[in-house]
Design a protein around this ligand. Structure first.
Ligand code: GLN
Length: 481
């Protein structure tokens, strides 16, 4: 289990004081990966030589008084669907197995400009489609807290790398819960920023209207620091928002210091407190509700009546967008190609061999819901319900400052436990609506399930661009491990 002190802010202080060098830190991370990742398998690739070269450069900068920021020399893991110049970006798919990024994602560029060292390529469900990391085309990743169990997904490698103590932080992506759910399964913090807060340039698109990059960390302050760094308008992503980026880290520090929720109105939507949750999850979430009340928050019971349609709406919109986005992977410009007798046959063969079953299922579903005759019945109708779900959130935030809900109805499950796709889809029931509405949300540990000893997560959600409020409340609440 990761130590609470393995945080970006604590490491920054050590680097500043001179009690730690980037080379010592990166060597320590590489050693623990070498010792334990054979069992966990969080990484698809780690280029140790390059990491140590970048660490030496960072130490030299710092020695010369030219550190790029307080964080210069700190390693950060990158999910395999986020581009880093010169590194492979396979999205854990065979079709992109050998593709090397010609540029870095804007989020990565912003981190590198502050001296962070991109550390390895982290495993995921193929093209971010899944909730367990079992859909990786290369190998599954194990939960470091119990290796018989999944780490969650799709950012399972990112969550496992942080929970195993390999790295202080990692970037993930969240289209329907892929940062928040694995964070909950592994007992760490996962943040999905407001849609448009973080540039999607250099993130391989799954469902463009839902995707966001966000950090996965050991505490809320680190999530706030990283979200602040990667946020902001980017000319390379027209959906990125031209809004000022407040000092999120200051908001988190303020919350942590106050350790009080006096004056905060916390909404509890009835649709998220349903029967069918595992008893250990229900108990931990109820305890969290009691805790916020004891900390002075006013809790408001409210209803978000269209929540029950969220999973259905998501699996129409996300598959429709994915079927269009993934059309570009045809073995022509990049990726694996299997030659056929003619162009069509080459497409069929390349895509047939390159994509795994879940990805194929989604492309088929997405093509179907967009096809003429079905477009109105499925896609158009789902867009309308999306509006209703958005309105639910807007109305809820008229009554409260933040919403508080479970992250997942269950703790990390055993490999193979959810072999029926529909069962897997249903496990996203509490995370998906937030992507549909575009609001920001964060998942953090709130206790343990006594039956399995696995962590339980709690989710805080806030209005558009209200990350400050979110970080302040979450840091005040404090991680319960
Ligand atoms: N589990 C969801 C899915 O399979 C969400 C994935 C994600 O957020 N990338 O689509």
């Amino acid at each position: 289990m990761a130590e609470r002190t393995f945080t970006i802010h604590a490491l920054a202080a050590e680097l500043k004081a001179g009690s730690l060098t980037s080379q010592a830190l990166c060597r320590r991370c590489l050693d623990s990966v070498a010792a334990k990742d054979g069992e966990i398998r969080a990484f698809l690739k780690v280029d140790a030589e390059k990491i140590m070269r970048l660490a030496a450069e960072s130490d030299a900068r710092r020695a010369a008084g030219k550190a790029l920021s307080d964080y210069d020399g700190i390693p950060i893991g990158i999910k395999d669907n986020i581009c880093v110049t010169g590194e492979t970006c396979s999205c854990a798919s065979k079709i992109l197995e050998k593709v090397v990024s010609p540029y870095s994602a804007t989020a990565v560029q912003k981190l590198v400009a502050r001296g962070f060292i991109p550390f390895g390529r982290l495993n995921m469900d193929e093209f971010a489609m899944g909730s367990s990391c079992e859909n990786s085309s290369f190998h599954p990743t194990a939960n470091p807290l119990d290796t018989r169990r999944v780490p969650g997904g799709s950012s399972g490698g990112s969550a496992a790398a942080v929970a195993a103590g390999f790295l202080p932080a990692a970037l993930g992506s969240d289209t329907g819960g892929s940062i928040r759910q694995p964070a909950a399964f592994c007992g760490i913090v996962g943040m999905k920023p407001t849609y448009g807060r973080v540039s999607r340039s250099g993130l391989v698109a799954f469902a463009s209207s839902l995707d966001q990059i966000g950090p996965m960390t050991n505490d809320v302050t680190d999530a706030a620091i990283l979200t602040g760094i990667i946020s902001g308008k980017d000319p390379l992503d027209s959906t990125s928002l031209d809004e000022p980026v407040p000092d999120f880290a200051a908001a988190a520090r303020k919350g942590a210091e106050a350790a009080s929720l006096k004056g905060v109105k916390i909404g509890l939507p009835a649709e998220y407190f349903i029967s069918g949750m595992e008893p250990g999850v229900e108990a931990a979430v109820k305890a969290a509700v009691e805790k916020v009340r004891a900390m002075g928050a006013e809790t408001v019971e409210l209803s978000m009546p269209h929540s029950k349609y969220a999973v259905a709406v998501y699996y129409i919109l996300a598959t429709a967008e994915a079927s269009a986005n993934l059309a570009r992977f045809d073995g022509m410009r990049y990726g694996n190609r299997i030659e056929g007798g003619d162009l069509t046959e080459t497409y069929f063969k390349s895509r047939g061999a390159g994509f795994g079953n879940e990805v194929k299922r989604r492309i088929l579903l997405g093509t179907y819901v967009l096809s003429s005759g079905y477009y109105d019945a499925y896609y158009l109708r789902a867009q309308k319900v999306r509006t209703l779900i958005r309105r639910d959130f807007a109305k809820a935030f008229e009554q409260c400052d933040v919403l508080m809900t479970p992250v997942s109805p269950n703790v990390a499950f055993k490999f193979g436990a959810k072999s029926d796709p529909l069962q897997m889809y249903l496990s996203d029931i509490f995370t998906i609506a937030l992507n549909i509405s575009g609001n920001c949300g964060l998942s953090m540990p709130c206790g343990k399930d006594p039956a399995t000893g696995m962590p339980v997560g709690i989710q805080f959600m806030a209005p558009h661009l209200a990350e400050e409020k979110l970080f302040e409340a979450a840091a005040a609440f404090g991680e319960v491990r």
